[in-house]
Design a binder for this molecule. Structure first.
Ligand code: NAD
Ligand code: MG
Length: 402
């Protein structure tokens, strides 16, 4: 009997990781977990290790890894515990791993995700920041390594499902496609009065109307930076110019995106907003497996609304478009400044409405370069972080003096 495909789940304790393990649990006759990784959440990783019995468990944080080791020592001494970035990279490229879920949030996921691509794995890409930072180089690694890059982001997974047969990310521009309609819910503040946006709390920003996600991507959805990152992600995955993409606000999040063809056909993928659908799709592609997701009841859905995005309400979407057009390291700088600004907002150091300002000033300040190596990208990422932190500190000083 053929051995079940081995899977590494990077970011196992997060929203994507937990959904991935749920799909694997429902299909345990088909898949086996080889490695699980997390940053600091020892309790959750212990529980996941005891259930899924991986060969390796990695914590980015060293102290957390020590605690994990102590906790697993009695109950699962056969699981090898490791720590740090090098270990994350290692388990993404193990020989007995066939498929890697890239479910780490932010730039921290770049190197392990690149390793999975380089090693020719099936890469289930949730970590959009990795592709936004390093698009061209990342796609080169996918090709060179012979990896299969399958989008997990619900919109990109929907687009992939609507693409011509035989199309794979990195295989050139899709035949006959004239437009990609990238849908967006508009987040929790789509209709909030503009003068109230500055008082929004992190809790309000993280309460998404349709999706239950990690805190960073929830804030990105509220500012619509998420759609900006997704626009860049789509340009790389589907080899299309930005002019072929149209962002559409669709508040019900039932249509997850659409593809328009030369002959007038528009193909859409619909479903309940549950990430287990795109996760199951990318895991099993081209087959279909049970994801534990309820079927969509069209009679209950009834209305499907669409409207254009309002760039005055959502300046982050404009900033992402500008960064994409600027090219080079601009998208990496955008991403880094956004990560720093969102973190500062979640910690109560800046207002919700200061997020785009911090990103825009950082983009204006940092000298852009050609994105011709991962080292250059990581250097620019670090520079942009330092710059954004300085902008935030300056804002705080100014606020304290008034
Ligand atoms: P999350 O915050 O819930 O989980 C993040 C995971 O990454 C956790 O397991 C955490 O331990 C790990 N992690 C965080 N920092 C780390 C570090 N420095 N080193 C190593 N590991 C680290 O986030 P999420 O919502 O699951 O999102 C994960 C990724 O998937 C993001 O890139 C996000 O944009 C993307 N995504 C998420 C959703 C969703 O519904 N949650 C949908 C589409 C795309
Ligand atoms: Mg998405």
């Amino acid at each position: 009997m053929k051995e079940r495909p081995g899977i590494t789940v990077l970011g196992a304790t997060g929203s994507i990781g937990v959904s991935t393990l749920d799909v694997i649990r429902r299909n345990s006759d088909r898949y086996r977990v080889v490695a699980l990784t997390a940053n600091q959440d020892v309790d959750r990783l212990v529980a996941q290790c005891l259930e899924h019995r991986p060969e390796f468990a990695v914590m980015a944080d060293e102290d957390a890894a020590e605690q994990l080791q102590g906790r697993l020592h009695e109950q699962a001494p056969d699981i090898e515990v490791m720590s740090g970035l090098e270990a994350l990279v290692k388990v993404a490229g193990l020989e007995n791993v066939d498929c890697v879920m890239a479910g780490i949030v932010g730039a921290a996921g770049l190197l392990p995700t690149v390793e999975a691509a380089k090693s020719g794995k099936r890469v289930l890409l949730a970590n959009k920041e990795a592709l936004v930072m390093s698009g061209s180089l990342f796609m080169q690694q996918v090709q060179a390594g012979g990896a299969e890059l399958l989008p997990v982001d619900s919109e990109h997974n929907a687009i992939f499902q609507c693409m011509p047969q035989g199309f794979l990310a990195g295989s050139g521009q899709p035949e006959g496609v004239v437009k990609i309609l990238l849908t967006a819910s508009g987040g929790p503040f789509r209709t909030t009065a503009l003068d109230q946006l500055s008082d929004i709390t992190p809790e309000q920003a993280c309460r998404h109307p349709n999706w239950d996600m990690g805190r960073k991507i929830s804030v990105d959805s509220a500012t619509m930076m998420n759609k900006g990152l997704e626009l860049i992600e789509a340009c790389w995955l589907f080899s299309v110019p930005e002019s072929m993409l149209q962002v559409l606000i669709h508040p019900q999040s039932v249509i997850h995106s659409m593809v328009q063809y030369r002959d007038g056909s528009v193909l859409a993928q619909l479903g309940n907003p549950d990430m287990r659908t795109p996760i199951a799709h990318s895991l099993a592609w081209p087959e279909r497996i049970d994801a534990g997701v309820d079927v969509l009841d069209m009679l209950k859905t009834a209305r499907l609304d669409f409207e254009p995005p309002d760039l005055q309400r959502f300046p982050c979407l404009r900033l992402a478009q500008e960064a994409w057009r600027a090219g080079g390291t601009a998208s990496a700088v955008l991403n880094a400044a956004n990560e720093v600004a969102v973190h500062a907002f979640l910690e109560g150091r800046i207002n919700f409405t200061s997020i785009p300002g911090v990103i825009e000033s950082t983009l204006a300040e940092v000298t852009l370069r050609d994105a011709d190596s991962f080292d250059v990208i990581l250097e620019e990422d670090a520079l942009a972080r330092a710059c954004a932190n300085e902008m935030i500190a300056a804002r705080q000083r100014k606020r304290a003096n008034v």
